[in-house]
Design a protein around this ligand. Sequence first.
Ligand code: CA
Ligand code: CA
Ligand code: CA
Ligand code: CA
Length: 460
Amino acid sequence: MAIRLRRSESKKNLATGLVDGKSLLPLVDFYSPMKKVLLPRFLFVSRDVASKVFGIAFFVVCTAASINAADRARSVVNQYGAPVIDAKGHHVNYDRKTLDTMARIKRPSQRGAAGPVGTRKPTTTPSPRPHPTPAPRPGPPPPSIGRPFWQYSVFGSNIGGSNIITGPIPPGGGTSEIVFDSYSYDSFWQSIRYNRSTGNYDQVFVGPSYNTDPFSYVSIRGLQLAKVTNASDRQIVVMLSDGRVYLYDFATKAELGHFDTGVAGNYGLTALTVSDLNGDGLGELILTNESDLFVFNAAGQLLWQVAGAGGNDVVAGQMDNDPAVEIAATNGVVVDAGTRAAQWTYGGGFGLHLKLAPFPGEKYQQLISASDWQFVYSYDVGRQLPRWSIETPQDIGAIEVADVDNDGVPEVIIGDGQWGNVHVHDLITQALKWEVNNPEHGVTNIGVGDVDDDGVADLL
Ligand SMILES: [Ca+2]
Ligand SMILES: [Ca+2]
Ligand SMILES: [Ca+2]
Ligand SMILES: [Ca+2]
């Protein structure tokens, strides 16, 4: 994910985004092609309007949405079809065992309906984990400096299921584009931009539909902004579950080409990251299916592959002291891009979601992994050791690493997978710094960038 953070000279101050608690709506079932309900959604932003000190915008990105009272009366369900609001209107959170049972019951029918798009659960068996550090005690939340000043509701559901990208500041100034994928009858991507005069987000571009077969649902599983070809300054790379990859010029959104990787496997491609592995100035496309890892160039050539180094998520970056880039995938394999072979295999894997974070005292980054339930772990890939863990109250929908309070040190941001909160932890001490109430059901992704061009990082 492209994260752009700019330090504000202004003093520290934080705002939390809270919703006005309007209607809560039918969930979109990410894995079910059968529920094609158009679901508007809220994005919530609150920021400091009065004193122009430090503003933080929170877009809480969820799988539920809201329309009106009539919709609220209809069933509100999770991805397994189970209600998430009870008869009295209270939020329902399920424990792990219950959700696992739901997943087992649901899975066979999903395969039949969704064709190659399968479960994103890891198939590996659990292995020893770093010993959990004691549960951190949250400090007081940062002072609130005002109610949210706008809400927006036309973006579809499952926003940022693959990624939320904040583009560069345009030449000549102005606000950055935000590119993200979402779902509304179909999986698609779009670009929006903050409009300073109206205070709203204007839609810049809406990508095409990729569904060519009504009986085989196709979803976006990778969305990146990078330079992968000299055909233009910068490209949007869209990877589909069925193996297709599309390239678009970021400036004009014109399609520059597409190809079929042919490596989707039985359950589809799962994740994409882009990194310049050979130092030629162009990023290579690093993609995974449930079991293996593949490296393509933008022309659609398979450059190399590593069996067993796939999984639900993949990241690339400097994870040890040799000059080659390392690639880590959730199956637990860390690949050295110089030798094109595994340099470390962590039995049992790295959970479901991966990020890289600065590593105090080291020249390389620490690997941050989130399991599907309750734990976020740090690993020192260079020394091949687990480092620490953070325990959260329930299942985990998304994680991000970014400096959201402008103190120069990134935070670890954890979004609950069901009703709950977004938890912000200190990267160094792992202590819980504060929590933001998530007004909807399930956090699907978290992005950070200065989207309103006020010189301050916004949490998306
Ligand atoms: Ca390259
Ligand atoms: Ca290295
Ligand atoms: Ca290495
Ligand atoms: Ca910070």
